[in-house]
Ligand binder design. Structure first.
Ligand code: CP
Ligand code: NVA
Length: 313
């Protein structure tokens, strides 16, 4: 194991220049259908406490494209489901596996694993952040608009894990982020305040029309995230006006692109017409998960090439 390996629990775990470099590196990997052997002989365990299609498959494919292998594990068939402490699990896994890709609930669970592991831990989604998704969404934007400086990115919906990772991305990437969230579903104040203190250009309101006004990209996500299924019914009223539909899109830039991390609930946060319409770039987003996972894994394992970063300003 090279001693340059790192954990990746949040976009802010890497320097700004590295986050830019990952976007350009992932684009290069996509354009060249990149394969390597940087993970040859390495087996990564994937611990998923929540369901996944894109993240699981794109990571499993990415590891194989880099010459490594994966083992998939859930709490149900492991001792995690019988309350074996995370700190014990982290040390045991570190004796067998070269890294851990983890989808879980509390961010503190990832932090505990990372504290006790002697191999890299990667956040494959927590209740607080979804950094791999947002980095790959930045790649999807970069392919269309390589300069981010004059872009307005709208967020319509819950102040959730995706919103938090967009807020942290706005610290590093120079777009203007306008979030419209229902009352009572604002993003975490600590994450927001820190981002603003660090110079991110962010506005939070309860007005979807305000966020959408002139936006170049609009993002949305499910009204109730994984783990919040019991709140699904109660959320439908406060979220009713937070739907990305054709009427709302008319307020955006004429070239607006619609993004969704998926899975989508058509008829709730987004209409079928918008999902299937010309502004939708959701399938490119899904594809780019694969390319960005490769770039992330290279960096996590200390194999990232010398910075290929360009100025995003
Ligand atoms: N966007 C995303 O993380 O999808 P999955 O839940 O299918 O992994
Ligand atoms: N906010 C959603 C994202 C799914 C990829 C969730 O956590 O369920």
């Amino acid at each position: 194991m090279p001693n340059k390996w790192k954990h990746f629990l949040d976009i802010l775990d890497m320097p700004r220049s590295q986050s830019w470099a990952l976007v350009t590196r992932a684009k290069e990997m996509k354009d060249t259908d990149h394969r390597s052997q940087v993970l040859a002989g390495k087996v990564l365990v994937m611990i998923f406490e929540k369901a996944s299609t894109r993240t699981r498959l794109s990571f499993e494919m990415a590891v194989r494209h880099l010459g490594g292998d994966t083992i998939f594990m859930t709490p149900h068939e492991s001792q995690l489901g019988r309350s074996e402490p995370l700190k014990d699990t982290a040390r045991v896994i570190s004796r067998y596996c070269a890294g851990m890709i983890v989808r879980t609930f509390g961010q503190e669970k990832l932090e505990e694993l990372a504290e006790y592991a002697s191999v890299p831990v990667v956040n494959a989604l927590s209740d607080l952040h979804h950094p791999c998704q947002v980095l790959s969404d930045l790649l999807t934007m970069y392919e269309r608009t390589p300069s981010f400086k004059d872009l307005k990115v709208a967020w319509i919906g819950d102040g959730n894990n995706m919103a938090h990772s967009w807020i942290n991305a706005a610290i590093y990437f120079p777009f203007y982020l306008s979030l419209a969230v229902p009352k009572g579903f604002e993003p975490d104040a600590r994450i927001l305040n820190k981002a603003v203190q660090l110079g991110a250009r962010i506005h939070v309101s309860h007005e979807p029309k305000l966020a959408m006004d002139g936006a170049h990209y609009v993002n949305t996500d499910v009204w109730a995230s994984m783990g919040q299924e019991s709140e699904q019914g109660a959320r439908s009223k406060p979220f009713a006006n937070f739907q990305v539909n054709d009427e709302l899109l008319k307020l955006a830039d004429p070239e607006v692109k619609v993004m969704h991390c998926l899975p989508a609930h058509r008829g709730e946060e987004i209409t079928d017409e918008v999902m299937e319409g010309p502004a939708s770039i959701v399938w490119d987003q899904a594809e780019n998960r694969l390319h960005m996972q490769k770039a992330i894994l290279e960096w996590v394992f200390g194999h990232a090439p010398e910075s290929t970063a360009r100025e995003f300003a």
